[in-house]
Design a protein around this ligand. Structure first.
Ligand code: ADP
Ligand code: MG
Length: 339
């Protein structure tokens, strides 16, 4: 018997109305303000937005690694494989982290121990989660280094982080994250610190892992150029909220939110030496004291008086096609009639 096409499979990860705050001397920073997004098994989803929009706080919330105090997850649900991670004990989360969900960070040195060889570090993680011996763990480490394209893995496994180049370290961190074959990988700006060639190799590696291992990936980036090459679906965040969600093709062809349009217009073109033709004027509003209405209004070329008074809800215009903007409906209809 075949399953009816309409029976949508439950997503692997389903974040619902997440709120994560930090208590500071200046007041409560509402870094993540009602974020909902989902990731299907084996899917690569881009999470984009300028610096300070709440991408990392969202990612660390999923890992339950928000430093507390000052931070705390004050609302919402994070459903992973049908269970709410926010209801898990610390011990249960330790078993999930690294095994079912892994995260890689922008700066590999923050997660690599400078005093231990990379092989030992990978082996320890495998030994912890799978109860295998240190020797079997080392064997896995060599396999993982090979998988992520490190030459001479049997030799390299004995080296220390400082002996490796930035690109190699990033690969080691990916190898470590993947050693227990997680179903979900959260990659937080994994290529930001790397040069363009290495960046392309790492992105290609992520795509290969998705293809060969069916791993789901959340690719966090401020760069829509990276998304275009790698992701299937995109969630755009602005000032702690989701402002648009779409498949990659629709997002690039017909962005519905003026913020997304601004991000697209500011992608550096090839051969222009990274020179940007356009930047979105102004800054992300202070999360301590966000303005009333739409948070993008002060920077938006289309802002109307209403935008400064009322906050537009995230509306679904077609399956998987959402935007939080008062003119998104109009933009959606124009696109429907022109394509
Ligand atoms: N430990 C913290 N204490 C106070 N504010 C924080 C802390 N961590 C993050 N924030 C604030 O939360 C907001 C979102 O940050 P972040 O998720 O790191 O942005 P992104 O990853 O999109 O660049 C920012 O305004 C940042 O200053
Ligand atoms: Mg970040």
């Amino acid at each position: 018997m075949t399953r009816p096409q309409t029976a949508a499979r439950a997503p692997l990860l389903d974040i619902r109305a997440l709120h994560t705050h930090f208590e500071t001397q200046r007041g409560t920073v509402r870094s993540v303000n009602g974020v909902s997004l989902h990731v299907g098994a084996g899917e690569i989803v881009g999470l984009v937005g300028e610096s300070g929009c709440g991408k990392s706080v969202t990612s660390f919330s999923v890992m339950r690694l928000i430093p507390s105090p000052p931070g705390s997850i004050v609302g919402g649900e994070i459903i992973f494989e049908g269970e709410d991670l926010l209801k898990k004990s610390d011990a249960e989360m330790r078993a999930i982290r690294g095994r079912s969900i892994s995260m890689i960070y922008q700066d590999p040195m923050t997660s690599l121990n400078p005093l231990r060889s990379i092989g030992v570090q990978i082996a320890e993680s495998v030994a912890l989660h799978e109860g295998v011996s240190q020797r079997q763990g080392m064997q896995r480490a060599v396999e993982m280094l090979q998988l992520v394209g490190i030459p001479l893995p049997a030799q390299r496994v004995n080296e220390y982080p400082h002996q490796l180049s930035g690109g190699m370290r990033q690969r080691v961190m990916i190898a470590m994250a993947l050693a227990c074959n997680p179903r979900l990988l959260i990659a937080d700006e994994p290529t930001t610190a790397l040069d363009v060639t290495i960046q392309a190799q790492i992105l290609e590696l992520l795509q290969r892992l998705k293809r060969e291992r069916g791993m789901a990936i959340v690719l966090v980036t401020h760069d829509l150029g990276v998304v275009a090459e790698t992701c299937e679906r995109v969630v755009v965040m602005y000032a702690g909220r989701v402002v648009e969600e779409a498949d990659v093709t629709s997002l690039f062809k017909h962005p519905l939110h003026p913020y997304t349009q601004g991000l697209l217009d500011s992608i550096p073109r090839m051969h222009e030496e990274q020179e940007r033709l356009f930047v979105i004027e102004g800054e992300v509003p202070d999360p301590l004291d966000p303005p009333p209405g739409c948070r993008f209004a002060s920077r938006c070329p289309h802002a109307m008086p209403l935008c400064r008074e009322a906050e537009p809800a995230l509306v679904e215009y077609a399956p998987g096609r959402k935007a939080a903007c008062f003119i998104a409906g109009e933009r959606f209809n124009t696109q429907a009639s022109t394509s």
